[in-house]
Design a protein around this ligand. Sequence first.
Ligand code: SF4
Length: 77
Amino acid sequence: MAKYSVVDKGECIACGSCGSSAPEIFEYDGEGLAENIFEGDGNQGVKAIPEDLEEYLAEAAESCPTECIKVADTPFN
Ligand code: SF4
């Protein structure tokens, strides 16, 4: 099943971990805060992340020190 993800940027501490775990999904804005850029998601959590990337998404979410990477089975909005 596809997943959806958003970063709660208010909690992100710009540690740089998620982009290493899942570079296809997470990039950083000008302040170093992470956001979901997968297929132009714009950190809205609306683009389906396919199963072949779920392992990397899970690794990113589990290793985030502030637990600000949200993952769900349905779109966020
Ligand atoms: S792992 Fe978490 S705290 Fe670190 S850059 Fe990514 S979203 Fe931000």
